[in-house]
Design a protein around this ligand. Structure first.
Ligand SMILES: Nc1ncnc2c1ncn2[C@@H]1O[C@H](/C=C/CNC(=O)c2cc([N+](=O)[O-])cc(O)c2O)[C@@H](O)[C@H]1O
Ligand SMILES: [Mg+2]
Length: 215
């Protein structure tokens, strides 16, 4: 049977990228997705904005919702200092298996905790299971209609505290209208839009950065 797109992305990494070199993994995926097959990675343009927010926040604990092939996991983890880590949730076992290999190829497995399962099931266990007090940065890039319910769940579980930064992909395309309305109108968030383009295309898209101000 035909290989899957994530399998072809992994193959591009294994043939074009250097083991232990995260930047070469990122470059290999971007090249494949720009010149061979589009895929829903945050990509190079929005990825640079993600990089700048990670550098600005210099987080110790990061939560990523929606690992897919691990492209943004590698982008985030490569910027983390020793002792910092990213917990990334992925409920599709096939995608999780590919992502594990991409993360391993980049040599960043010590900074990544990939959890196979649904965000709604795992968020309530974050404190108990991973000893997380609160997240310094949350990158939302999973099903778009899950952004708002998962943000509310994170708040209820005390995993978002004063200063926590939420960074959401695709707020224009495919769009997350209910989430945008919430973070932009809530007195508890200071929100700003970083205009960009949908990965590997000329269509408009962007990232929304929302800082929790406390209760
Ligand atoms: N509740 C949950 N818990 C854990 N993992 C979950 C989850 N919901 C979805 N996932 C996983 O997150 C990824 C989904 C991303 C949806 N992005 C998208 O649909 C998307 C679409 C376009 N686009 O159409 O142009 C562009 C983009 O940048 C996009 O991120 C998949 O790997 C999926 O298995
Ligand atoms: Mg996305």
């Amino acid at each position: 049977t035909r290989t899957s797109r994530p399998q072809r992305i992994l193959k591009a990494v294994q043939t074009k990228a250097t083991v232990g070199d995260p930047q070469s993994v990122i470059t290999a995926i971007d090249h494949f997705c720009r010149h061979r097959e589009w895929a829903m990675n945050v990509g190079d343009e929005k990825g640079s904005i993600l990089d700048s927010v990670v550098n600005e926040v210099s987080p110790v604990t990061v939560l990523e919702l929606g690992t897919y092939c691990g492209y943004s996991t590698v982008r985030i983890a490569r910027l983390l200092p020793p002792g910092a880590c990213v917990i990334t949730l992925e409920f599709n076992p096939d995608y999780a298996a590919i992502a594990r290999q991409v993360i391993k190829w980049s040599g960043l497995e010590d900074k990544v905790q990939l959890v196979e399962g649904a965000s709604g099931d795992w968020i309530p266990w974050m404190k108990e299971h991973f000893g997380v007090q609160a997240f310094d940065l949350v990158f939302l890039d999973h099903w778009k209609e899950r952004y708002l319910p998962d943000t509310k769940l994170l708040e209820e579980c005390g995993l978002i505290q004063k200063g926590t930064v939420l960074l959401a992909d695709n707020v224009i395309c495919p769009g997350t209208p209910d989430y945008l309305e919430y973070v932009r109108n809530s007195p508890h968030y200071n929100s700003q839009y970083y205009r960009s383009h949908l990965e590997y295309t000329k269509a408009e898209d962007g990232l929304e950065k929302s800082v929790f101000l406390g209760y």
